[in-house]
Each structure stands twice: as C-alpha cells, then as structure tokens.
Design a protein around this ligand. Structure first.
Ligand SMILES: C[S@@+](CC[C@H](N)C(=O)[O-])C[C@H]1O[C@@H](n2cnc3c(N)ncnc32)[C@H](O)[C@@H]1O
Ligand SMILES: [Zn+2]
Length: 221
C-alpha cells in the first residue's frame, strides 16, 4: 500500500501552509514561535508543541491527565479497536488524527500500529501525551480546539475521537469541523457517551452515563 503523507500544519486564520510537518518536528524548540507567512499570526511553541489556544480556562482536564498515568497497553489496544471499530493491522502507513487525544493513550496505540498520527487537544494534556509517545517519531501533537484545527480539509486517512465531543457545548459543531479533515473514502470513528438515563440501584436514584458508540466509516465527504 502507498504511504500517506503527514498532513502539514496550516494557519487557522488564513488557512495558508505554515510549515512542513517533517521539517517542523526536526526544528522545534522551546520558546520558538511559528509565524504565518500569509497573515503574520504568531503561534507559540512550548516543549515542541505548537499552541493554538490560550488555555488558562482548560487547566482542569490538563491537570487530570498530567497527574495520572493513563496508559495500560493491552487494555488500550483492545479499547481502541472496540471503540473505533478499526483493526490495528489496518493502520500501518495511514495518516491519522486523534481528535481530543487527552493523555495520548490512543495516539500511542495508533502510532505503535504504524500510523502517522497527529494528536490534538485544547488542554495541557498534550504535554502528557507527548511524553507518553516520545519514542514514536511519527506521532506529533498540537494544542488546539477541535473546531479550529490547523490542518487542511480532506487530509487524513483516518480520524478517531474517543470520549471527547460530548464535552463541548456544541457537539455537532465539533463533529462537523473534524469530519471535514477526513479524506474522501477515509474513515471517521467517533465514540461518545449519552447521559441522562435514570437508574435505581440499591435504593439510590442516580444519573448514569449510557455509553453509545457512534462509528461512521468510509463516508464520502
Ligand atoms: C475524557 S477525555 C478523553 C481523552 C482521550 N480521547 C482518551 O480517551 O484517553 C476528553 C478530552 O477531550 C478534550 N476536549 C474536549 N473538547 C475539546 C475541544 N473542543 N477541542 C479540543 N479538545 C477537547 C479534553 O481536553 C480532554 O482531554
Ligand atoms: Zn495566516
């Protein structure tokens, strides 16, 4: 099978190409700034990760992921396959996006299976993710909002998002924005929870999360 290229970063404002992804990973340094040649937007880079959001209000997710160890190898691989519906054996050589990567456990699973992965999350969890995936040269991260990701439309073979989109107040907008990044004939797997079922257990009435997989595959965009 032909190897897919790694999608290059583009400017979220003017949509111009920022920098070649391969060149980028080789030259990133703490304290660096990427300047868009088209509109002069400046994107800070810290710890080798381009930061497309001002993230003070997102600290709770970041703290949570940075405090706890989140990867459990076999379990993560099994969960990835169950929640995306995609066998790991099919990922080799594909370009993939982990939309809402959190601490990076599923970016790592996809990267270890041979995919070239961009992980994106608006919180500081990307720092945890980058540390977890440090030995995987084909796994990269951006700190960015999923509704405004710095990638060209139709550029990924496989986009997956696990347990993320229902956290945004506008789940539909997130779903649609991320869908645009899937190449025609590519794969888009989204796994969400649906809240709101009342259950009675041991005399207590509680609110439960009814986990509902939503997987959409091979859709033409
Ligand atoms: C429950 S965690 C799941 C993380 C990862 N997919 C996993 O299963 O390990 C949800 C993640 O989605 C991220 N997230 C939620 N809404 C987002 C948005 N609009 N843009 C970027 N990240 C978002 C949060 O920061 C958080 O890291
Ligand atoms: Zn620009």
């Amino acid at each position: 099978m032909n190897e897919s290229p790694v999608p290059a970063l583009i400017c979220p404002s003017c949509r111009g190409t920022l920098i070649d992804a391969g060149h980028w990973s080789a030259t990133s340094n703490a304290g660096e700034v990427i300047t868009c040649p088209g509109c002069r937007l400046e994107i800070p880079v810290r710890s080798g990760i381009p930061r497309f959001v001002q993230s003070q209000h997102l600290e709770s997710f970041g703290r949570q992921w940075n405090r706890f160890e989140v990867a459990h190898d076999d379990e993560d691989r099994a969960t990835f396959q169950a929640k995306t519906g995609v066998p790991l054996a099919e990922l080799k050589g594909l370009s993939g996006l982990d939309a809402g990567c959190g601490g990076g456990r599923y970016s790592r699973v996809a990267g270890e299976a041979g995919a070239k992965v961009w992980g994106a999350d608006h919180s500081h969890a990307v720092d945890k993710a980058a540390a977890l995936c440090g030995v995987l040269s084909e796994v990269r991260f951006v700190q960015a909002d999923l509704k405004r990701l710095p990638f060209p439309e139709r550029s990924f073979d496989f986009v997956f998002s696990i347990g993320v989109m229902h956290h945004d107040v506008d789940t539909r907008a997130v779903f649609d924005a991320v869908a645009k990044l899937v190449r025609p004939g590519g794969r888009y797997s989204v796994w969400l929870y649906r809240r709101g079922t009342l259950v009675r257990m041991g005399g207590l009435v509680g609110r439960s999360a009814n986990r509902q997989p939503y997987t959409q595959q091979n859709r033409e965009f």
